[in-house]
Design a protein around this ligand. Structure first.
Ligand code: SAM
Ligand code: DTB
Ligand code: SF4
Length: 324
């Protein structure tokens, strides 16, 4: 069956509906695909921190800027596995490993394969984000048992060039194609609030919806301004505009898990609840993202309980860790 082609005009039309109509529209689509309100919990681990050769203007891990973050070579397999085991204990379904690389270095790649095999053997879904890949690397990751690869388009093609000069939008699309060819599920989304226009946000959504196959996972990150980076002083995005982007993503990608990703630590519970109403059904469940803070698990479990949202794939819905 041919999937619907989304044009700039058609996405613009839905994005610009009156706010309440838009979130109602998104909620209606959401309920057609997902019959119960369930939240996917993914735990994120930073397996290689800082000193990245890329110049992404939003990123605290770029070696181009004085951000003061710790630099850390690739962690050893054992310490990653102990983090994964805690994540599983705490109820996460997926363990995502992120590395501040342009692309995975040859000497480190076999260790990453080892991490994937072992995390998978623990019964967790696996996801990695390692920068650009060759076709061969994508196949090797698949062989190791990788379920998802995260590689974001982040913004519109036009705005991308203003944010990053060390690689291109086409480079990102090429890696996404290698992942797809290797039959690994694509996790691809973006950052909202880097000073881009509404047109840029719409253009990003059009890109995501028109990938050869819709991504199965779509992280929507609220931009976190990072000290020492060129985007440090960008004013915060309007909350309703951010929620509009979530709602539009839900409508044009009805089957995707839409992840309310970076920026939750600064959001009120009510803001998060509106994002969930607008179609977000996945979160990062860990005290830290890569370098930035995330709400602690106690706060998250309490919020899910307050809202009556179940944890995805959890057989018994009482959670002794949060004691609620
Ligand atoms: N180096 C790899 C890459 O660029 O694909 C993986 C790590 S990179 C940090 C993963 C994603 O984190 C970025 O694509 C971006 O969407 C998100 N991210 C990074 N810094 C952020 C920030 N300050 N605010 C919000 N999201 C951010
Ligand atoms: C994604 O889209 N968001 C995550 C994950 N993929 C790797 C990363 C968010 C990073 C937020 C900034 C930081 O922690 O440095
Ligand atoms: Fe490096 Fe990824 Fe950060 Fe860009 S976003 S500087 S590629 S870690």
């Amino acid at each position: 069956m041919l999937t619907k082609q989304w044009t700039k005009e058609s996405v613009e039309k839905l994005y610009e509906q009156p706010f309440l109509e838009l979130i109602y529209h998104a909620r209606t689509i959401h309920k057609q695909t997902f019959t119960t309100d369930e939240m996917e919990l993914c735990t994120l681990a930073n397996i290689k921190m800082g000193a990245c050769p890329e110049d992404c203007a939003y990123c605290t891990q770029s070696g181009h800027y004085k951000t003061g973050i710790k630099r850390q070579k690739l962690l050893d397999v054992e310490s990653v596995l102990s983090q994964a085991s805690v994540a599983k204990e705490n109820g996460a379904q997926r363990f995502c490993m992120g590395a501040a690389w342009r692309n995975p270095p040859e000497k480190d790649f076999p260790h990453v394969l080892e991490m994937i095999k072992s995390v998978k053997a623990m019964g967790l879904e696996t996801c990695v984000t390692l920068g650009m890949l060759t076709g061969e690397q994508a196949y090797a990751l698949k062989e190791a048992g990788l379920d998802f690869y995260n590689h974001n388009l982040d913004t519109s093609p036009d705005y991308y060039e203003k944010i990053i000069t060390t690689h291109t939008y086409q480079d990102r699309l090429n890696t996404l194609e290698h992942i797809r060819q290797a039959n690994i599920q694509v996790c691809c989304g973006g950052i909202i609030g880097m000073g881009e226009s509404r047109d840029d946000r719409i253009a990003l959504l059009v890109q995501l919806a028109n990938l050869p196959q819709p991504p199965s996972s779509v992280p929507i990150n609220q931009f976190i301004p990072m000290k020492g980076t060129p985007l440090e002083h960008i004013p915060p995005i309007d909350h309703f505009e951010f929620i509009r982007t979530i709602a539009a993503a839900r409508i044009i990608l009805p089957k995707a898990m839409v992840r309310l990703s970076a920026g939750r630590d600064d959001m009120s519970d009510e803001m998060q609840a509106l994002c969930f109403f607008a179609g977000a059904n996945s979160i990062f469940f860990c005290d830290k993202l890569l370098t930035a803070n995330n709400p602690d698990s106690k706060r998250d479990l309490q919020l899910l309980k307050t809202l009556g949202i179940k944890i995805k794939n959890k057989p018994h819905q009482t959670n002794h860790h949060a004691n609620i």
